[in-house]
Design a protein around this ligand. Structure first.
Ligand code: BES
Ligand code: MN
Ligand code: MN
Length: 462
């Protein structure tokens, strides 16, 4: 991999310019106003994948946004790595909180990234990260050091739950045949504390609607006589946690796998500063389920959070009104072996059961996803671990993450393949937030580390 590493060093500026071009395309999958940009991003990517020398490059249209695919089959008897990523991004709102425009990438330094970071929507999630694979593969192709087969599949709907990729995977099992799936769409602990993500939480997402009277009412004439949907909704929501911050939905914890005390002790070895965590968020103290550490609450324990709540009058000044309806969006992050459909139905039954007779309740489920844990005793994990050791000079720590990538569990179910999550982002990179960024250190270190994974994985599998 000597020539590969040299090629990467020699092409740093070119790689960055190319990433900037990708970041300038506002591929927001959730907003129909950006549909043409999403399509343009897919086309741009397909052209680029062709340009670096991949074969069978395809722009695959779906019922939603296109999937981009390309491959290099060096020798069918060699192992195959399937790289997955997503070129779609979250909406950039609220735009006024961005210090530089979301789709005009710039390099700025931060205390955590003194060598500079790329600021743009999608810089870390996930354009900057999947692009590391494209550049690593380009380097191996150019130097004729690609040690195995590679298939690259980049989708455009991850941020909206991958509805059409799931269909595509189910219908293209042969095309996607591989030995392992490799994904960079997660994070690591710190630039001097490399880590490999070994778990993702699942997700159940619901929207609730509480209806009281058939119209908005004068709060003086009717106040005190009819149920106020906003009062009722907030009370129902607050009853979903008990005083120990445990979720009160009957059966919610039934399938939760509790970690052994050995596993918890192992987890506790990962460096974590409660003080630095609080300082970074301007909070005085953390908050969560009794009996668990902050690291545990954010990874191995399930949660329930209101993501949005609305209803009634929120304009200037005061309007005396009892709203007819109140709404909330609620996410539940799940851990093995909780099942999103089952949790959604438990939520629905419970939420309906706690509503007073004075209101009506409607629960609408949105997309969900299964939780995942990946083994640390597999040849693929060893290959990844040794790759990090080579470039970071340190053994990476396995850590379970709190985020979700719903398609990963699908890959395992449909293709029978395990995934290696080699994420190079940091929690402080503000993904989904204004001023999202990705460290230059992280971008280049990722590109350097990936070829070693290819090499190690190919050697182990021969
Ligand atoms: N890349 C993230 C997930 C992630 C980030 C996992 C950091 C671990 C560490 C992904 O793009 C994402 O945002 N997923 C969504 C779920 C999806 C269904 C919208 C999430 O976790 O909220
Ligand atoms: Mn992502
Ligand atoms: Mn995301």
């Amino acid at each position: 991999m000597k020539n590969t590493q040299q090629f990467i060093k020699d092409n740093q500026q070119k790689f960055l310019d190319e990433l900037f071009a990708l970041l300038r395309i506002p591929s927001v999958s959730a907003d129909p106003n950006f549909q043409n940009d999403v399509a343009a991003c897919a086309t741009h990517l397909a052209t680029h994948m062709q340009h670096i020398g991949l074969d069978a490059v395809e722009l695959i249209s779906t019922a939603g946004h296109p999937i981009v695919y390309g491959e290099k089959i060096v020798d069918p008897t060699l192992p195959t790595i399937l790289v997955y990523g997503h070129y779609d991004v979250q909406p950039a709102d609220p735009l006024e909180l961005w210090k530089s425009p979301a789709f005009e990438p710039v390099i700025k330094t931060t205390p955590i990234h003194p060598e500079g970071a790329i600021f743009a929507r999608g810089a870390c999630d996930d354009k900057g990260q999947f692009f590391m694979h494209i550049k690593a593969v380009e380097a191996m192709l150019q130097t004729q050091e690609l040690p195995c087969n590679v298939k690259i599949m980049i989708e455009g709907e991850e941020e909206v739950g991958s509805p059409n990729l799931a269909v595509f995977v189910r219908e293209n099992k042969l095309k996607l045949q591989a030995d392992v799936i490799l994904v960079s769409d997660t994070g690591m602990l710190a630039n001097d504390v490399p880590s490999i993500t070994t778990g993702l939480r699942g997700l159940s997402y619901v929207e609730v609607e509480i209806t009281g009277p058939n119209r908005d009412l004068h709060s003086g004439l009717y106040g005190g006589c009819v149920a106020n949907p906003i009062n009722v909704l907030t009370k129902m929501i607050s009853s979903l946690h008990d005083e120990n911050m445990r979720i009160t939905i009957p059966g919610f914890y039934d399938k939760v796998i509790e970690l052994s005390s050995e596993d918890r002790a192992e987890m506790a070895k990962a460096p974590f500063s409660e003080k630095a965590y609080c300082e970074a968020l301007d909070i005085d103290t953390t908050h969560g389920e009794k009996g668990f550490s902050t690291m545990e609450r954010g990874s191995i324990r399930p949660t329930l959070d209101v993501n949005g709540v609305w209803g009634g009058y929120i304009g200037e000044g005061a309007k005396t009104v009892i709203a007819s309806k109140a709404f909330a969006k609620i996410s539940m992050r799940l851990v093995p072996d909780q099942d999103p459909e089952e949790i959604t139905s438990l939520f629905l039954q419970h939420f309906e059961s706690i509503a007073p007779p004075s209101v009506r309740v409607k629960v609408t489920p949105h997309h969900g996803g299964q939780p995942v844990v990946t083994p640390t005793d597999s040849p693929a994990y060893a290959a990844a671990s040794q790759a990090y050791e080579k470039t970071f000079g340190k053994k990476p720590i396995p850590v379970r993450s709190g985020g979700s990538i719903p398609i990963i569990a699908m890959f395992e179910q449909e293709l029978g393949l395990k995934t290696i999550l080699m994420g190079f982002g940091l929690d402080s990179d503000a993904i989904h937030s204004p001023n999202e960024h990705f460290g230059l250190f992280n971008f280049y270190r990722g590109i350097e580390t990936i070829p070693y994974f290819f090499q190690n994985f190919s050697t182990i599998n021969q």
